[in-house]
Design a protein around this ligand. Structure first.
Ligand SMILES: [Zn+2]
Length: 192
């Protein structure tokens, strides 16, 4: 009969069936009367319509240059912010990835230290610049990028936008961040 069952994982060249049984559908080809897989994926046989297809395996979700990602600030120095990338757009990653924001890619205005812009725990929206040495290099310049969610460093309450900077609605503490224009109104499936 055939070399693989329905739902089996196959790789290019694997035998799926014979031409008398199945017509070669998407992801397959026929050669010498044998239907084989042309890609890596899962076999699906439609017995009624005598059709065999291979559904390609989804490639893992990874950020690419120019992608918008969301990340949590994990640590800060004057020149470098280390972040954990959590999602690409609204699509949550299965595991977080390490990202870096260098001070020169952080803001269009002059800043002395990144501590003026971020605090550990902030959620930031960034654009991916490059992937180098196992790390994503990110930027937060412009009104669309920066902190979208931050909590009060005294009491942990989410900060709200105030006339100047951010304010804690509970203890009245005011703080500064490099926020996005839509700070406080971003609804991410994984965040709320
Ligand atoms: Zn507070």
């Amino acid at each position: 009969m055939c070399g693989s069952k329905d739902g089996d994982f196959v790789t290019p060249g694997d035998k799926i069936g014979v031409i008398e049984e199945y017509e070669p559908g998407f992801g397959t080809y026929a050669s010498d009367g044998v239907v084989r897989s042309s890609l890596a994926g899962m076999v699906e046989r439609d017995v009624k319509n005598h059709l065999a297809v291979v559904k390609p395996v989804k490639e893992p979700l990874l950020p690419r240059p120019k992608d918008v990602v969301y990340a949590v600030v994990s640590s800060l120095s004057d020149k470098l912010a280390s972040v954990m990338i959590v999602s690409v757009g609204n699509r949550l990653l299965s595991d977080y990835l390490t990202g870096l924001i260098h001070i020169r890619s952080s803001s269009t205005s002059r800043v002395r230290t990144l501590r003026e812009l971020f605090k550990p725990g902030d959620i930031v929206r960034c654009e991916v610049l490059t992937f180098k040495n196992g790390v994503y290099h990110l930027r937060t310049q412009g009104p669309g990028f920066g902190v979208i969610y931050a909590v009060c460093s005294l009491c942990g309450t989410p900060l709200v936008r105030a006339r100047r900077g951010l304010k804690c609605p509970v203890c009245g503490n005011t703080e500064r961040r490099k926020t996005t224009r839509d700070y406080g109104s971003v609804r991410l499936r994984w965040l709320i």
